[in-house]
Design a protein around this ligand. Structure first.
Ligand code: AMP
Length: 147
């Protein structure tokens, strides 16, 4: 079985992100794979666009800037250079799939909260990424099991 060549780590920039990246880093080391990081920013207009008549562009730019700084600090800890750090605007699962295809990675690594009940029905990013991915997906269990 061929080793993974290129791995995309999906990072939500919470304190759990380290668990996901740690696992990917170990795997990449063993398989001599390239590592990429993606963080997706959901446009404020997705959540509030229709309800609040205001221009979000200033706040959106501020969020973007902060995310870029956070991702850059995070990436430095893992020795991932700037060209392998990706910040994208959109829906996480959609953008993660799109970048995985563009970069032609053969593994996506995400965190998974192992939800139950209603939370499970509502879905998670890990589920969304798994369904429709054209490469392997590794779901790293993070946080407590949510019932
Ligand atoms: P969730 O269960 O939906 O909170 O998300 C679990 C995992 O999905 C996280 O550990 C990340 O791997 C990924 N994820 C969630 N949100 C984002 C985001 N905005 N950008 C990139 N990855 C994300």
């Amino acid at each position: 079985m061929p080793a993974y060549r290129s791995i995309l780590i999906a990072i939500d920039l919470t304190e759990e992100a380290g668990l996901v990246a740690d696992r990917a880093k170990v795997l990449a080391g063993a398989e001599h794979a390239d590592l990429h990081l993606i963080h997706v920013i959901e446009p404020l207009s997705f959540a509030y666009g229709g309800d609040i008549p205001m221009d979000f562009s200033g706040i959106q730019e501020e969020i973007h800037q902060q995310a870029r700084e956070q991702l850059s600090r995070f990436a430095n800890e893992y020795g991932i250079d700037e060209e392998h750090q990706h910040i994208v605007l959109g829906r996480p699962e959609v953008e993660i799939h799109a970048l995985a295809e563009t970069l032609d990675v053969d593994l996506i690594v995400v965190g998974s909260h192992g939800r139950y009940g209603l939370a499970l029905l509502m879905g998670s990013t890990a589920n969304g990424v798994l369904h429709g991915a054209s490469c392997d997906v590794l779901a790293v269990r993070v946080g407590e099991v949510k019932k």
